[in-house]
Every structure is written in C-alpha cells, then in structure tokens.
Design a protein around this ligand. Structure first.
Ligand code: XIL
Length: 370
C-alpha cells in the first residue's frame, strides 16, 4: 500500500486542527491547573530529578501546569524504610518541601504495598512481627509529615483481578484485617489527612466489586477511608468510556472521593492482551512491539488527543465526585511505560513530549474546558 499520500493528508489535517485548537489567549496563566481549577486538582508524579529540580525548565513547567504532586518512587518502603527501624527521608523531605514551596496538594504514595517492598518486611513470617512492622512503618512516616501531606495511599493493589484479596506477605502473616489495621494507624497518626485505597484496573467489574466490598469492610470495621484512587493506566481503546463512568458512580456511592491517581495512555501494543499495571509482569522486546522508535505518527497523535478528550469529558461530567486527576509523570521521556511491561520501548502516554513541549492532547484538554 502506498502510505505516502494519506500521511501527507494527515499531516496537513493535524497542522490545521492543532492551529485551530491552540487557545487564543495563550498567555502566562494558560495552564492545565487553571483550566480545571473549578473541577479537580491536576497532579503529576515526580521522579528524583524533578524533586531535586535538576532542570529549571521542567521545574517551571511543573509549577505552571500542576497543583498537586505525588512521589513516583521515593516514598515506597524499599526506599524510605530500607532496613528495620532505619528510615531514609532525604528524598521524601525534598518532595514535601517542593510541594510546600509551590503551594501544591501533596499526595503520599504509598504506605502498604507488596511491590517495591522493603526486603526485611517481605521476609516477615508471623503476625506479631508484622503488626509491629506495619505500626512502626505507618506511624513513623505519617506522623513525621503530619499536617503537611494532604492525602495518603494507605494500601496499594490489595486485590486480584477476580476481586479477592491478593496473596501478599501482609495477608499471609497478619490476615485480612491488615487493611483496617493500616487505615486506623494512618488516621491516628494524622487525623486530618485523607486516606485512600489505590488500585489498577478497577474498570474490570469483578475487581471493582471487590474494591467496593473492601471499602465497605473498612467502613464497617470503623476505619476512616476518604477516597478510592483509580490508577488509570489505560490505552487507546480500553477501558470503555462506559466502564470508566461506572467506576466513578460505584465508588462515589460509597460516600468517598474518587481520584484518578496514575493516569497515562499507552499507545503501544500490549503483549498479553490484558489490562492492568502489575509491575512484576514483564515481556520480551521485539521490533513489532516497539513500532514508533523515532516519533509518534500524526494519526496516532490525533487518536491520543481524542482519547484524552473523551475521557476528560467523563471526568468533567462527574467533577463533583472527582477530587484529583494525576498524570503518572510529567513528560514522555520520564514515563515508566518506556520500560514496562517491555524494557526499552518508546512510548508516548503523557501530555508533554520528550522535550517537555505540550502535545496535541494537551491543547485538546485546554480547549475542552476553556
Ligand atoms: C512505577 C514507577 O513509575 C517506576 O519508576 C518503578 O520502576 C515501578 O513503579 N502502580 C503504582 C506505581 O502504584 O507506584 C508504579 O510506579 C506503577 C504501577
């Protein structure tokens, strides 16, 4: 097939449509956070370089576009609590200081998670030692940042795809009540911070049902839970808009806030035809699986923008139920999706390109809510 002609046509269309979609008042105040100010917080996950402010251009972009931040890695137990009773708060201190300096909503990610878990915790064999470990971990961290962190992912990814509780060292040693235990400890350590349950693939009906039960159980056990975080690691076609809307409605009905906590849209083929974000799943690299190593074709750029726009329309429709939409990274270069589930690919899932320049999807989202 001769693809040259359609490509020329598409490029012309892209040029015309992106010119049309660049807002007229592209002054200094034009930004995602201002555009969505009345609706929900707009967040980004920051990596170590961004927290350290190594690139002033990126620092300015973060401050201009976002009003909430999440630490992409530095608050996970393997980094913040690498040895029993030994904490390393160097990066998390800088992260919190960054958010305070820029007057942002600061989200803590994450207290109890089976991945990127401190090795000493992974080796615990009995309930008493696990109770001590969870207590020390949560109380120390949450108390340290009391009054400075607005919300925490207390437990991350506790569910299997069928909605049952995932077999982890926490479940194996402490039993199913580790969830209420963790939420109660966090509430005691900082009664005012919002407490979240966070997971991926909550559009899967069975898993969503499991998450609804999980929240109801916490509420029944007298634990404070303020929100459900939907990670939202999605792609160009899945999940459907109906499924996305359903998750918002189902969680809002429980009386908790709904946040989209790790939003990105992969444009690359999925090696397993499954949905999700289990960071322990890996697949082999191949040329077929990395189709755009030298740039995203215009047609896909348009598709990505349309997909972001369609999803944000649903978010706007339910802005009264949604507290925050956080992107899992600032720019495409930083995205974890370049290395997951296949290492070394070139993915384009975010609103800013590898040079931190706004993409068509960015302008679509500004235009949508001007
Ligand atoms: C990812 C980070 O982005 C990567 O840098 C790291 O190597 C692995 O973890 N679900 C989560 C996030 O809750 O913490 C994960 O972040 C992505 C999936």
């Amino acid at each position: 097939m001769n693809i040259a002609k359609p490509l020329v046509l598409l490029s012309a269309m892209l040029l015309i449509s992106s010119c049309n979609s660049i807002p007229k008042n592209s002054g200094a105040s034009l930004s995602l956070k201002n555009t969505y100010k009345k609706d929900f917080y707009i967040g980004a996950a920051l990596d170590t370089n961004q927290i350290k402010e190594t690139d002033p251009m990126v620092t300015d972009l973060i401050a201009k576009e976002f009003n909430s931040i999440t630490a992409e890695n530095c608050m996970k137990s393997m980094y913040v609590h690498p040895e029993k009773g030994k904490f390393d708060f160097k990066m998390s201190d800088q992260f919190v200081a960054f958010g305070e300096k820029k007057k942002m909503l600061i989200h803590g990610h994450t207290l109890i998670w089976h991945s990127q878990l401190a090795p000493w915790m992974a080796q615990i064999k009995d309930s008493v030692t696990m109770a001590e470990a969870i207590t020390n971990h949560i109380s120390t961290i949450v108390e340290k940042y009391k009054g400075r962190i607005n919300s925490w992912d207390v437990v991350n990814e506790a569910l299997n795809e069928d909605g049952t509780l995932r077999k982890t060292v926490f479940l194996d040693t402490y039993g199913k009540d580790y969830l209420s235990f963790a939420f109660k400890l966090a509430a005691k350590a900082d009664p005012k911070t919002d407490l979240y349950y966070n997971d991926y693939n909550l559009c899967n009906a069975k898993k969503r049902k499991g998450a609804v039960e999980l929240v109801k159980n916490l509420q029944k056990n007298g634990a404070k839970i303020d929100g459900v975080g939907e990670q939202a690691h999605w792609n160009l076609t899945s999940p459907s808009l109906d499924e996305i809307e359903k998750t918002i409605l189902d969680f809002a009905e429980l009386g908790v806030k709904v946040s989209f906590t790790e939003f990105d849209i992969s444009v690359l083929p999925n090696p397993w035809d499954i949905v999700g974000a289990d960071i322990n799943q890996r697949a082999e690299a191949s040329e077929k699986m990395n189709p755009y190593p030298n740039g995203l074709p215009d047609a896909i750029q348009i598709q990505l923008a349309a997909r972001y726009e369609a999803i944000f329309k649903i978010f706007l429709k339910h802005q009264d139920k949604i507290d925050r939409v956080t992107f899992w990274g600032v720019n495409d270069k930083q995205s974890w999706l370049n290395d997951w589930p296949i290492k070394g690919r070139t993915n384009y899932p975010l609103l800013f390109d590898r040079e931190s320049k706004p993409k068509k999807a960015y302008y679509s989202l500004i235009e949508l809510n001007k």
